[in-house]
Design a protein around this ligand. Structure first.
Ligand code: AN0
Ligand code: CP
Length: 320
């Protein structure tokens, strides 16, 4: 594997899940694979889980790790070509990327949607410049439109907890005070559909996601109806995708918050969220603290999904 941004990059999901569960049994089985190899993690945005779990996964494989928070200590980077650089940004991404590539063997990039230009976001302009100019294998640690390490960890978690072959999985929008990207729901939908789960997506009108990620899922504007019979409830806020409201908040309706009453409509579903989560906006205290909450096992599986991906990228370096 040379790049990891999509479910398509990982090949057979059955094989990937099997590999993940084997790694989980013995995390240090491949600790020679990353010897003398360096992972560079570049953060344009904040992170707790991605940063820690990916570093831990790399260490399990014997890698060295460098973490760069672009906003803390590095030069401010210009990202547009053709700009006369007389402002506050002393360095251009087009030099910074190949320079970063000199010091490492694999690069992870966190770079959220900027909501300035939908086309730039959905073309993954920043991530793709790393792919093109770094000369290294690159993986998304949540980029403008996808968060595949999260979706892979969520898939592993559902495989561990499901009691039927094809569970009903409900992705529900929930309110949030800030504009959030569509990356998590895009990847979650893409991976759940690839796994052939029964996926229902519920959200208020106007929050339709890019069909490139969701086609094949049932869209239900009635949250209570969607929740009926659910085996897994995955809550997430996202901002509008559709024009002319791209990146905007269209609703803060707290009747969409996942509460015990909402969970009572389900088939005793497990509750999931990628974290960080705003309590009593997205989910009530009792649900997230309750016995059916999987938020911590999901976060724990981030180490495993990252390790499968890093292992595949390292194996790809040794092959021409
Ligand atoms: C980010 C998002 O919604 O994409 C990161 C989630 C993993 N969340 C926030 O910025 C709160
Ligand atoms: N779920 C997730 O990616 O969390 P962080 O933003 O803390 O990395």
């Amino acid at each position: 594997m040379k790049v990891f941004t999509s479910v398509k990059d990982i090949g057979s999901l059955d094989v990937a899940i099997k590999e993940a569960l084997e790694i989980k049994k013995d995390r240090f089985a491949f600790n020679e694979l990353g010897k003398n190899k360096t992972l560079l993690m570049i953060f344009f945005n904040s992170s707790l889980r991605t940063r820690l779990s990916t570093q831990k996964a790399a260490m399990n494989l014997g890698m060295n790790v460098i973490v760069l928070d672009v906003n803390q200590g590095a030069w401010k980077l210009e990202t547009e070509r053709g700009v006369i650089m007389d402002g506050d940004k002393p360095e251009h991404l087009l030099e910074a990327i190949p320079v970063m590539g000199c010091y490492c063997d694999v690069i992870g990039v966190r770079s959220f949607a900027r909501f300035e230009n939908k086309k730039d976001d959905y073309e993954e302009k920043i991530l793709n410049q790393f792919v093109k100019y770094s000369g290294r294998p690159v993986f998304s640690m949540e980029s403008a439109t996808v968060h595949p390490l999260q979706a892979f960890a969520d898939l592993i978690t559902i495989e561990e907890y499901k009691t039927k072959e094809r569970p009903k999985v409900v992705l529900t929008w929930a309110p949030h005070p800030k504009s959030l990207p569509q990356a998590v729901p895009n990847s979650f939908a893409q991976w759940m559909l690839a796994a052939n789960y029964d996926l229902v997506i519920t959200h208020p009108h106007g929050y339709e996601l890019d069909p490139e990620f969701t086609s094949g899922a049932v869209i239900d504007y009635d949250q209570n109806h969607a929740l009926e019979g659910a085996d897994f409830v995955y809550a997430k806020n996202w901002s509008a995708f559709k024009d002319p409201y791209y990146g905007k908040i269209l609703s803060t309706d707290r009747s969409w918050t996942v509460t015990a009453e909402k969970m009572a409509l389900t088939n005793d579903a497990y509750f999931m969220h990628c974290l960080p989560v705003r309590r009593n906006m997205i989910v009530s205290d009792d649900v997230i603290e309750g016995p059916r909450s999987l938020v911590i096992p999901e976060a724990a599986n981030r180490e495993i999904s990252a390790q499968v991906v890093l292992k595949r990228l390292l194996e790809g370096i040794s092959k021409p």
